[in-house]
Write a protein that binds this ligand. Structure first.
Ligand code: GLA
Length: 386
């Protein structure tokens, strides 16, 4: 057991006086393809070595008793009468339980203790990790006939219906399907996926946490979704087969540029280009051509910042500073945006100087102390065998 697994195991035992089933559930990075998932497009995420560990066991009380080790907070909820909680984290637990019950899965009372080292609000999908851990745990505990794709949908529905974020499927999917040393290219329409090798010996994935999370993130996320839908509504007139931006070609989009709201046009153009970058980026990975992959990361950031407008000053500064460092192969903001992390591919031999220089310069420019993590690609959510 890891130290974290051991800690959660002991906390569960001391709170509930029996042994838990333990689940280890990762956060994620996204190498390429942001804001494409809800457009039925393509993404290239990977699960990482920052995780949540969740201990779970049944109780005979018809209640959910949950404890967040990191917040040092408890909730007790009645399984048959679940309401919105004033504790944000508890709504993920309630949401998963409600969504499973909606699908006619039979739950009984259960106890949960969880904690981890995925920084919250850093865009590394700690919430998907919690949803995934709980779904895997409940699946095992109550012998639910539930495949991993369906589990990912449960997490996504939890976000939509209990948290208020109209997210795509990327974060929940990679949490449940990630594999060590591989990036996963997901077709967000069919949910089919391919794995691509990511060699981590000479190149490190370095995450620079801007330590800001602007509170427009959730509302602007939903605005972006509706702008993409507007684009689809318009273009559909010319081809009834178009269901989503996935079905739109660059030729068609350019042809109708003049009729479109310029903002909507830019949003659509970005999504089409970003999908293409995922396809091409996967070819780069197959050839182990990280320099080509890195150049696409810079383009991706440019698009996210200028055309899709989901970056912010702090993220742009982090990218700018990273570009000044030796050993940088590629970097971009990552995830929903308006804060959180940039993802940087850095030559192993330069990681220490990179980290040092970027954090110093970032603090000088913004007054904020960045947090920098060197991370590894790991496997998806799994039960910890004792
Ligand atoms: C958030 C959402 C994902 C995805 C990314 C942007 O992480 O949860 O579904 O849309 O933003 O790529």
């Amino acid at each position: 057991m890891t130290m974290l697994e051991n800690k959660i195991y002991e906390q569960f035992r001391s709170k509930f006086d029996r042994e838990p089933l333990l689940i280890n559930s990762p956060g994620r990075v996204n190498l390429m393809g942001d804001h494409t998932d809800y457009n039925d497009g393509f993404v290239l995420p990977a699960a990482i070595d920052k995780v949540i560990v969740l201990g779970i066991g049944g109780n005979k009380l018809g209640k959910i008793r949950a404890f967040s080790a990191d917040m040092n907070e408890s909730v007790v909820m009645d399984l048959n009468d679940l309401h919105k909680s004033d504790k944000h984290w508890a709504n993920y637990i309630k949401g998963v339980a409600v969504e499973l019950q909606k699908k006619k899965f039979k739950l009984k009372g259960f106890d949960v203790v969880f904690g981890g080292n995925i920084p919250i609000g850093a865009g590394l999908s700690s919430s998907a990790a919690l949803e995934g851990a709980l779904t895997v745990g409940l699946g095992k505990l109550f012998k639910l006939k539930l495949g991993r794709k369906e589990m990912a949908r449960i997490g996504q529905l939890t976000e939509h219906n209990h948290v208020g974020v109209n997210c795509g499927i990327m974060d929940q999917f990679i949490n449940l399907h990630g594999e060590p040393d591989k990036a996963l290219k997901l077709d967000c329409r069919s949910l089919e996926y391919d794995l691509y090798p990511f060699h981590q010996e000479d190149t490190k994935i370095v995450l620079c946490n801007s330590r800001v999370s602007h509170n427009l993130a959730d509302s602007e996320y939903n605005v972006r979704r509706s702008q993409c839908e507007k684009g689809v509504q318009h273009l559909k007139k010319y081809d009834p087969q178009i269901k989503n931006l996935r079905d739109v070609s660059m030729e068609l989009l350019q042809e109708h540029k003049g009729e479109m709201d310029p903002v909507v046009f830019r949003r659509c153009k970005f999504v089409l280009e970003e999908n293409e970058r995922v396809h091409m980026g996967c070819e780069d990975l197959s050839k182990n051509d990280l320099s080509a992959f890195g150049r696409r990361m810079f383009e991706s950031h440019e698009g996210l910042s200028k055309d899709y407008e989901v970056s912010c000053e702090e993220l742009d500064i982090l990218v700018e500073l990273a570009k000044e460092q030796e050993g940088l192969i590629g970097c971009r903001m990552m995830g929903g945006g308006f804060g959180g992390c940039t993802i940087n591919l850095v030559k192993e031999s330069q990681v220490a100087s990179f980290t040092d220089a970027v954090s110093k310069a970032y603090e000088q420019r913004t007054g904020i102390e960045a947090e920098i993590y060197v991370t590894r690609i790991n496997g998806g959510a799994h039960i910890v065998e004792s």
